[in-house]
Each structure stands twice: as C-alpha cells, then as structure tokens.
Design a protein around this ligand. Structure first.
Ligand code: ZN
Length: 347
C-alpha cells in the first residue's frame, strides 16, 4: 500500500559540511534541506564574521544549481571572541548563532572555551542582542565517565551559565540522555534542544556489542537504551522545544577505521527516510513535520519554509549508497539497520 506524506521543507539545525574536497562531496546531500545551521569547527575554526561570510560563499559554490539549502552560519566561541564582532555579524545577517565547545570535547574543538569567566561578556552581549548560543553539552574532565559527561555538563556548566546570563537563548545540541530531555523540557522559552537522526536509532550496543563498529561511534557517544527511548519520546511528542539537528558529520573511512578513529555519523543522504520510519514506528507520522520543519524555525524566530517535500511509503525499500566518494577517499553513509520504505521524492 502506498502512503504519502507532505511536509514543509525540513531544516537541519546542526550540520557539518567541512571544507575543500569534503565540502564538495557532502554539500549536495544536504541540498534538499531549507536552512541548516553550519558548524564552525574547521581547521582553523570559523571565529570571525569575515570568516563566516567567506565560508558561506564556499558552501554556496559547492551546492548544485537550484539547491534549497540556505546556510546559516555560526561562530566558534573561543576565550578571545570579540563581543562587538559577534553582535555586528548577527545584525548584518552573516551569522545565526554562536557555538560553545568546551575545549577538547569533540572533533576540532581544541580552540574551545577553557575559561567561562572570559566569555561571560560575550554571552551577555548575545543575550541582549538575541543571538542564540548552540552548546556542545559535555564536560571534558577526564575523571568523568564518558557516558556521564552530558548529565554532568548540565549540572555543573549549563545550568549555572544560564542562571548567570538571563535571557540568553540556548540550544542544547544533539542531546543523548533522559537528563538532557528533562532539562530541555523544564527550561522555558529560551531553551531548545536538537536531536540527531542516529541517536533515535542506535544505543551503545550498536558500537560495542559483538565487535566494535566505528561507523556508529560519534560524540556525544550513544547511551544505553533507556536514553534512546527518552529521545524518541521527546522527538515524536510534538513538543516545540525539540527539533532536528542531524549532526551529520562526515569523516573519511581512513580516518574512522584506524586505531584512534574519528567520531561522527554521516546521515545527510538518508535522514528523512530514516526519520519517517522512526516516526511511523512510534505512531507519530503526523508529528514528523513539527520535528523536522516547524519547531526549529520557530525557536530561531524564522518562518517555516514556504515550499514542501513529499515522502512516499512504498513496498520496496529506498536505496541509498553505502559510501560516497570525497576526492580520492570514501565516506560511509549511516546504516540504520532496517529497510527504508519511505522514499524522498525528487522535489
Ligand atoms: Zn556536531
């Protein structure tokens, strides 16, 4: 039986497009999203309005003609970020948000914040101007167990930061725990949370049970099953605080498959087919549009995209490549482990 689903064009509120040959390879796979928040963790990171504008130009050049994607640029917060530059870049329409990485938390985060006292004036200027802070919510203290780093971050960093910066709009990026869900839910109008595609699908067994599977290794690392179920409940609830940020994060297979492999899942090509299945499984197909196309735009105080996409449920699975090529290298596409009967129609 064929079933169709028409949605406002989705947005991706957390996306890694990288640069150079990787950008050229992966940008077309996100071209069907409307807006995307573009992560600034390049080498070197995107830290000034001028760098963000130049990166936006490189992204636009990498997109195919007619692409829907409108990149929303983000500055990487460092101990030396200039508040006036942030506010000017926001007012000029160059950036949409600022990203907080605790130093050392994830890929290319060595420039992240080491001293929150030093960035406090920037956060206060952002609160005043209405600039959103996107937060990678994990502590980097090596004494904290990796599976506890999000919950500890909420208690020891995020909650104090929000209390001393009233009015600051914050997105908890890629939440992975029930503690993250609970905190976002209780956080009031200035708090939102993105949830990735892959954290709705895998728990930590996917990485570690029956052999190590580097393509499921990401940061924040997937947690136990009870947390995955909490994320699915939140994403499919229709609650406006929760919205899609795929955190699609391509790495070459060579970088993933080595003694110290990189963190990241590349979900851009098949995200909408996977999400439609997840929402169908949860009996919530009618709430997919809120998660992918409405809630995030509302948080960022933007109108939903005017145009629409169609997903069709067919009897035969949609086929996605298992790998794409990037220059001379390959990048493996996230395998959800189930067939994808929802086909994204050509728009
Ligand atoms: Zn990310």
């Amino acid at each position: 039986m064929t079933q169709t689903l028409t949605l406002r064009r989705p947005d991706d509120w957390h996306l890694h497009l990288r640069d150079g040959a990787m950008l050229a390879a992966v940008a077309p796979h996100s071209a069907g999203f409307g807006r995307a928040i573009i992560m600034p963790n390049l080498v070197p990171p995107v830290t000034t309005g001028a760098q963000a504008a130049a990166y936006r130009d490189r992204i636009r050049a990498a997109l195919p003609p007619g692409a829907a994607l409108d990149p929303q640029m983000v500055l990487y917060l460092t101990d030396t970020t200039d508040a006036a530059d942030v506010v000017a870049a926001f007012r000029d329409g160059i950036i949409r948000a600022v990203k907080l990485y605790p130093a050392g938390a994830t890929t290319n985060s060595a420039s992240g914040v080491t001293d929150f006292d030093r960035v406090q004036p920037v956060l206060e200027a952002m609160a005043e101007a209405g600039v959103t802070l996107c937060v990678h919510g994990e502590v980097t203290d090596p004494s904290v167990d990796i599976f506890d780093r999000e919950a500890v971050f909420i208690d020891t960093v995020l909650d104090p930061l929000r209390r001393r910066t009233p009015g600051l709009r914050v997105v908890m990026e890629h939440i992975t725990t029930s503690q993250g869900v609970d905190y976002a839910r209780a956080g009031g109008d200035n708090l939102g949370a993105t949830i990735t595609t892959h954290h709705l699908v895998i728990n930590r067994n996917a990485i570690l049970a029956g052999g190590i599977r580097p393509h499921y290794y990401c940061l924040p690392v997937a947690k136990r099953e009870s947390h995955r179920l909490a994320l699915r409940e939140a994403a499919t609830s229709g609650d406006a605080r929760f919205f899609l940020g795929t955190d699609s994060a391509p790495h070459t297979d060579a970088a993933k498959l080595q003694p110290c492999g990189c963190a990241g899942c590349f979900t851009a090509p098949n995200t909408m087919s996977i999400l439609a299945q997840v929402f169908e499984d949860e009996g919530a197909v009618d709430r997919l549009e809120a998660f992918t196309s409405l809630n995030g735009a509302a948080f960022y105080r933007m109108a939903p995209n005017a145009d629409r996409i169609t997903l069709t449920r067919r009897d035969t699975p949609a086929e996605y490549p298992t790998q794409i090529t990037a220059g001379a290298e390959t990048v493996t596409v996230f395998d959800p482990g189930f067939p994808l009967y929802w086909h994204l129609e050509d728009q």
